[in-house]
Design a protein around this ligand. Structure first.
Ligand code: PMP
Length: 393
């Protein structure tokens, strides 16, 4: 008996699925240095360009001076500091919910919420394209786990009809690899008709979506009665780190008592909460960020259509270019890289087999000129790829 890791790794290479980590040698932003080379990046989730915002950085520095470098312990021991408390109050107000609870990462918020709410004898129904952390949470909960077809209310209803016990319908707000929106009004109505609860992970919607950046729930004008469990992450549009769950008083107290990924982990450094409080203020104050982002998205969609690229049905800063074959997606990403443009190729198992893609993302920090550089590089690289595909004469 032995762990044959070498064969597993070799197979991963053979399938064009081997992953490598680019080494970032500069701060986040459109212009980065990666593996020693200056590049223009279109792959970060820093949608509002707040990760390197001077006011956010200054708030973090002041936070370190006042509160030190680390969280020190879990929240229930002695790790729950003033800035965590203030941020929870601010997030509750921002989401219009009685309470919010901070988690150290979005992955843990999802694991914590689902496993605290469900157990054996219950049911969890998930969109089949949900983020890995939601799928893992469903499996870990011990509830009956079932996946419905992507955004398909009829498919959800057929599963709701067979569900037992407390039933939680779980969906991404904005699907992280496709950029499309969950059909929340219809999903919530279907769940409500069967007495099920809805949990939305709006990691990619908070910030870019909604009149005040309040995400998909604000976008559709829904409330606590429609979506009792709302998750947001802070490492994306907020530009910092961590996550939160927002909901009723009872929900948050239940999570404090029963969510193991909340209870058994060190709190995030309080200085990060200081920085996030500043991001939250900027997200609401600097409304031009959302407007600029919307302009970039429209222009990209128009330019990409002219080149003949296949986009997905996405109104968000996530604008994947669908390629299909993993090797071709890797090739296009490599061609762009040669021209100084960084866009990640996303392959199975992150996305379904045969749907490899380039996940282009935009930030309010991108300029219109940078977007035009991306479009012209894409036009050239796409033509090169087409030439390589053509049968040789
Ligand atoms: N949910 C979704 C939809 C995500 O895309 C991600 C991260 N990519 C997470 C949760 C996890 O959040 P975090 O990075 O804070 O762990």
């Amino acid at each position: 008996m032995s762990f044959d890791l070498a064969s597993r790794l070799k197979a991963r290479h053979g399938d064009n699925l081997y992953r490598q980590r680019p080494l970032l040698e500069s701060p986040q932003g459109p212009e980065v240095v990666v593996d020693g080379r200056p590049m223009l990046a279109f792959c970060s989730n820093d949608y509002l360009g707040l990760a390197a915002h001077p006011e956010v950085k200054a708030a973090l520095q002041r936070g370190v001076d006042r509160w030190g470098a680390g969280g020190g312990a879990s929240h229930l021991v002695i790790g729950h500091s003033g800035p965590h408390h203030d941020l929870e109050l601010a997030l509750a107000e921002f989401t219009g919910r009685p309470r919010a609870l901070l988690f150290s990462t979005g992955y843990m918020a999802n694991l914590g919420a689902v496993t605290a709410l469900l157990g054996k004898g219950d049911s969890v129904l998930e969109d089949r394209l949900n983020h890995a952390s939601l799928l893992d949470a469903g499996l870990l909960s011990g509830a009956r786990f079932s996946r419905y077809l992507h955004n398909d209310v009829a498919s959800l209803e057929s599963r709701l009809a067979k569900a037992e016990g407390n039933t939680l319908v779980v969906t991404d707000g904005v699907f992280s690899m496709d950029g499309d929106l969950a059909d929340l009004p219809a999903l919530c109505a279907a769940a409500k008709a069967r007495g099920a609860w809805v949990m939305v992970d709006d990691a990619h919607g908070f910030g870019p979506l909604g009149a005040t950046g309040g995400g998909i729930v604000e976008h559709f004008g829904l409330g606590l009665a429609d979506v009792p469990v709302l998750v947001g992450t802070l490492g994306k549009a907020f530009g910092t780190a961590g996550a939160f769950v927002a909901g009723s008083e009872e929900l948050i107290e239940t999570l404090i008592q029963f969510a193991r990924p909340y209870i058994y982990t060190t709190s995030q450094p309080p200085a990060v909460a200081c920085a996030t409080l500043k991001s939250l203020e900027l997200l609401q104050r600097e409304t031009w960020r959302r407007e600029h982002l919307d302009r970039l998205i429209s222009r990209f969609r128009q330019g990409a259509a002219e080149i003949g690229l296949t986009l997905m049905d996405s109104p968000t800063p996530i604008q994947p270019i669908l390629i299909g074959d993993s090797a071709r997606a890797m090739k296009l990403s490599a061609l762009l890289r040669e021209r100084g443009i960084l866009v990640g190729a996303i392959r199975p198992p992150t996305v379904p087999a045969g749907s490899a893609r380039l996940r282009v993302t935009f930030s309010a920090a991108h300029s219109e000129e940078q977007l035009e550089s991306l479009l012209s590089a894409l036009a050239e690289c796409w033509a090169t790829l087409a030439k390589e595909d053509a049968p040789h004469a």
